[in-house]
Design a protein around this ligand. Structure first.
Ligand code: SF4
Length: 203
């Protein structure tokens, strides 16, 4: 199967926009969203990504040809992109002179060569060890107070160079943002990440 080899990937959508969250907030990036995820976050805002069969297998050259000449950075997201072998995709992105970034829960073995690795761990399916080791950025979504405990557990596992972010879950932002502000003031190793693309009403 071409999909299993990672030379065809279930492409859900792709679009050029502004990175809304995390370390690279505010910078232009081309997003490639792949279908398939079994992590099962109840607050997931892209549940339509979960069933990979709904998204057409698309060849790596076809994906990269959409991006070439448009963007300097490609953000591969999902779904959970590490369900697929990312070797061919990252190699093609980098050969085309672009940077390959990933947004992942880290729940699957890490494949591909990444210029930026954003690890966003989820309680339902924890990251593999290699994901903690490779993370440039740890982004923990805060839905309730207990998620701060989870965030500290995850920070203790990630490599020491990773930049640490707490991000209010969008539907709960009015309830949890104040708590996060106070937490970051008391624990300044953390930064706040906001979903600025949603405030800007862009994808
Ligand atoms: S890992 Fe991401 S795509 Fe998968 S269920 Fe959680 S939020 Fe949704």
């Amino acid at each position: 199967m071409e999909v299993e080899k990672g030379t065809m990937l279930p492409l859900m959508e792709d679009f050029y926009t502004i990175q809304g969250e995390g370390f690279h907030t505010g910078t232009a990036a081309y997003f490639v969203r792949l279908g398939g995820c079994d992590v099962g976050c109840h607050w997931c805002d892209v549940k339509e990504s979960w069933n990979a069969d709904l998204h057409p297998p698309t060849s790596v050259p076809d994906i990269v040809s959409k991006v070439s000449g448009i963007a300097k950075t490609v953000v591969v997201t999902g779904g959970e992109p590490l369900m697929w072998d990312m070797t061919a995709l990252t190699s093609a992105i980098r050969q085309a002179g672009m940077r390959a970034h990933i947004e992942t829960s880290g729940a699957y073995p890490v494949t591909g060569e990444w210029d930026w690795f954003c690890l966003s761990p989820k309680k339902t399916k924890l990251p593999v060890d290699d994901a903690y080791a490779k993370a440039d950025e740890l982004k923990v979504i805060i839905y309730n107070r207990h998620d701060l405990v989870f965030a500290e557990e995850q920070a203790s596992r990630v490599n020491k160079k990773a930049v640490l972010f707490l991000q209010p879950e969008w539907s709960k932002k009015d309830q949890v943002t104040e708590m996060i502000i106070e937490y970051v003031k008391a624990n300044p190793k953390w930064r706040i990440s906001l979903q600025t693309h949603k405030f800007l009403n862009i994808p």
